[in-house]
Design a protein around this ligand. Structure first.
Ligand code: FES
Ligand code: FE2
Length: 357
């Protein structure tokens, strides 16, 4: 930021939700951002994503300081972002570098710039203080960009608060009821364990010597065979989850079981809507298009047609009320979800005490 420019104030000081700001959020799949800029909303702030002349991914405020047009709906010229309304151009530092109108004087403005890093096939955005954006804090999802693994994936905007979506992954006991074709008994009837390590929360499900569902057996190639099954979820604040899902013939050592690693990353758009990025990978039948399509179809159906409508409806029934104020019943499967909610609240409280708005 140059000293002679007046920064545009934070765009939504009246955000209605409470968020952890000093954290990495997933902003999109890296290769979904091509020559065309994108307009997104993260934590209620409009953000424009674009690639500059060198192909670097950038994130700046998505609201033009002239008449507030969505800059992400603009175009690119000479590596700069062109406002779709009256054509002001901005570079990756947020500076206005071109005014196409008679006189052509550059307005004294500076767009907010958000740290953005491309890693593990994803775009990671930092919505807090840029000076605190430490790339080492990005969780390890290296399998997403490892050629030995082939992933199916999705990106969608889901209705519902992002913590309800984290709850859903941390409490897989919903599987028998919501996804009977996909996983069945393993999660609902398996032995569960929940714990915390540092700022991470874990949920583990173990089910030895049982039949997995028809759907998951088809994906793992174990139709009609009994299997030992292990599922472990690791939660990273605020809502990025790794799901390690393994199965093998009864008695097979854990490390020899077939692994299906998954990502579930939730980035709040508003208090009522969430960007949902998911992926599941395999290290067998690589390049088998029909198999990939079957796997994608099964998972997309589970997440987008089974989980999302239920969470959407639950969110609507909460009518904007605080989760704890509604005095939710706590069941045996809630051990990780409750820990994650408390941890996130602690982190948000700590951040706000250190840096009151
Ligand atoms: S609104 Fe962007 S140049 Fe006018
Ligand atoms: Fe689910």
């Amino acid at each position: 930021m140059t000293a002679d420019k007046t920064p545009v104030a934070r765009l939504t000081p009246q955000a209605t939700g409470t968020y952890l700001r000093n954290a990495w959020y997933v902003a999109g799949w890296s290769d979904d951002l091509a020559e065309t800029p994108q307009q997104r909303t993260f934590l209620e702030e409009p953000v424009a994503l674009f690639r500059d002349g060198e192909g670097r991914a950038n994130a700046v405020s998505g609201r033009c300081p002239h008449r507030f047009a969505p800059l992400g709906h603009g175009s690119m010229a000479d590596g700069t972002l062109v406002c779709p309304y009256h054509g002001l151009r901005f570079d990756r530092t947020g500076a206005c570098v071109h005014n196409p109108h008679p006189g052509g004087q550059l307005p004294d403005v500076q767009l907010q710039v958000y740290p953005l890093i491309e890693r593990h096939a994803l775009l990671w955005i930092w919505m807090g203080e840029a000076a605190k954006a430490d790339a080492d804090l990005i969780p390890d999802f290296s399998w997403l960009s490892d050629p030995e693994w082939e992933a199916v994936r999705g990106a969608t905007v889901a209705e519902g608060h992002y913590e309800l979506y984290s709850d859903n992954i941390l409490d897989l006991s919903h599987a028998n009821f919501v996804h009977p074709a996909l996983v069945a008994n393993a999660f609902t009837e398996g032995e569960r364990k929940f714990w915390q390590e540092g700022e991470n929360v874990f949920a583990e499900y173990v089910r030895p010597d049982d039949f997995l569902s028809v759907g998951i057996s088809a994906v793992m190639g174990t139709e009609g065979r009994r299997q030992d099954f292990y599922g472990r979820v690791k939660w990273h604040a605020p809502a990025v989850l790794y799901f390690d899902f393994r199965a093998g013939d009864p008695g097979m050592p854990y490390d020899d079981c077939t692994l299906l690693p998954s990502l579930h990353a939730f980035t709040p758009e508003t208090p009522d809507t969430t960007h949902y990025f998911w992926a599941t990978a395999r290290d067998y039948r690589l390049g088998d298009g029909a198999f990939t399509a079957m796997m994608r179809g099964a998972l997309e159906y589970a997440f987008e047609q089974e989980d999302m409508p239920l969470i959407r409806d639950s969110h609507r029934l909460m009518r904007g009320q605080d989760f704890w104020a509604l005095r939710p019943v706590i069941l045996g499967g809630d051990g990780a979800g409750v820990r994650a909610r408390r941890m996130l609240q602690r982190l948000i409280d700590r951040e706000q005490q250190q840096d009151p708005e």
